[in-house]
Design a protein around this ligand. Structure first.
Ligand code: HEM
Length: 419
């Protein structure tokens, strides 16, 4: 027996999505007391889903595909046109394996060491400035670290401008008008930069370590052929760009340390640091939702899906779902002590198995950057948090504390306790 899908009445709800942001889906799910509803967005029928089981459905490759699901405007700013995010089946698996090959224990250990060093340097820079914005400093720091880790040359002269460009690409994902245009232009400049790097590696003018992302992208072959230069550039940027986005989590971590200072004393062990990083990823808003397209007609939980139906999966909602999390609105890193991850119940970077589906391959990179940032902020730096607007605008996607977290009277501690 099939049942009727709850529907949002009206001609089109794009305006509501843009003006309600992260709250758009959750509000309708609670009002309608449902995990699924049909609406119209950008003039098209859209099935919106939330909850753990819907996340599992979303990652069922026999039922959904990604090609055709990503609006071209998101590809032209955030992801790059035609990259791994838009592929399906065997083509996706081959491309994805290239990303997964970067995440060995050895390479990740190297990344941790680099991020630690970059924080030492950044701490001294921030001490000299006295006052600094954590979000901006983190973007630049992460870009430096990622360029070292991936094998991309970056000079001191260009690092701030490059970081700004990558930040603009990320910010443009949910933007219109000028915000979108700035991001689109930044992507063109940054892809040109990545193309120069790939070309220099292929022509032997630039030496890179085997196993580093730049080396891997430059020499990766599909059906015996090297990736087209532009595609290799897009995929190299698919490693660097999302890591720069971790600056958002770093500023949220700064905010968490400020708003919930009791946790500062509970960051002595690696496990405690890891719990803290995971709670930052769960608690603060980042990925709101993702889209896919039904590959065939099927029924799920009594609801009918038709081939070609577009769906939107509510990732933000799963991380705050009271059926999965006790007191989800409380910031409580200890919840991760006995948390059992079933791949669909904690989805800040997507769900399922990253080797097979589209789940983010960069979760270990993200966690390392957050952990090392929190370790440095709490163990090695003294600072004050002056009066500022720390509100998180839930309409803007992706969002941030309004002031981007300003720190004042910054000093590097003489005796570092959290090494
Ligand atoms: C701020 C931290 C990050 C967030 C919130 C994030 C989030 C996501 C999300 C939601 C997806 C899509 C999952 C899906 O389509 O089902 C994704 C995919 C991806 N992420 Fe991340 N990510 C982050 C960091 C990283 C890092 C550090 C890297 C690389 C080192 C990375 C590389 C990628 C790639 C290549 C994909 C495409 C995977 C595919 O389509 O198979 N991400 N990420």
């Amino acid at each position: 027996m099939t049942r009727e899908m709850p529907k949002e009445r009206g001609i089109d709800h794009t305006f509501n999505l843009l003006t309600e942001g992260y709250n758009y889906i959750g509000k309708r799910m609670s009002e309608k007391d449902t995990d699924i509803f049909e609406t119209r967005l950008l003039g098209k029928k859209m099935i919106v889903m939330t909850g753990r089981d819907a996340a599992e459905l979303f990652y069922d490759e026999t039922k959904f595909k990604r090609s055709g699901a990503l609006p071209i405007r998101v590809q032209k700013t955030l992801f790059g046109v035609g990259g791994v995010q838009t592929k399906d089946g065997q083509k996706h698996r081959v491309r994805k394996a290239m990303f997964m090959s970067l995440m060995t224990d050895e390479r990740l250990g190297l990344l941790r060491a680099i991020v630690k060093e970059e924080w030492e340097r950044k701490g001294r820079e921030m001490e000299r400035k006295g006052k600094a914005v954590l979000f901006d400093e983190s973007e630049e720091l992460i870009l430096r670290a990622m360029c070292r880790w991936t094998g991309v040359p970056l000079t001191d002269v260009e690092s701030w401008n490059r970081a700004y460009d990558i930040g603009a690409m990320i910010d443009a994902a949910g933007g219109v008008g000028k915000r979108y245009k700035v991001g689109e232009d930044a992507r063109v400049r940054t892809e040109d930069w990545m193309e120069e790097v790939i070309l220099a590696i292929r022509e032997g003018r630039l030496q890179t370590e085997e196993g580093s992302a730049a080396h891997v992208m430059a020499f990766h072959r599909e059906s015996g052929e090297l990736l087209d230069l532009h595609m290799a550039a897009i995929e190299l940027l698919n490693v660097i760009r999302p890591a720069v986005a971790v600056a958002r989590f770093v500023s949220f971590a700064g905010l968490a340390l400020h708003d919930f200072p009791e946790w500062k004393d509970k960051l002595q062990t690696q496990k405690e640091l890891n719990n803290f990083a995971n709670e930052v990823r769960r608690f603060y808003p980042f990925t709101p939702f993702l889209g896919a397209i039904a590959k065939k007609d099927f029924e799920w939980d009594g609801y009918e899906f038709k081939e070609g139906d577009a769906v939107l999966m509510d990732f933000h909602g799963v991380n705050r779902d009271p059926r999965l999390w006790d007191e989800p609105e409380q910031f409580n890193p200890d919840r991760f002590n006995d948390f059992v991850d079933d791949r669909f119940n904690f989805v800040p970077q997507g769900g399922g198995d990253p080797n097979h589906g589209h789940r983010c391959p960069g979760e270990p990179v993200t966690v390392i950057i957050i952990e090392e940032s929190v370790r440095y902020l709490t163990g090695s730096l003294e600072y004050e948090v002056p009066d500022q607007d720390l509100t998180i605008n839930m309409v803007r996607m992706p969002t941030l504390p309004a002031s981007r977290f300003v720190m004042d009277r910054i000093r590097v501690k003489e005796n570092k306790s959290a090494e």
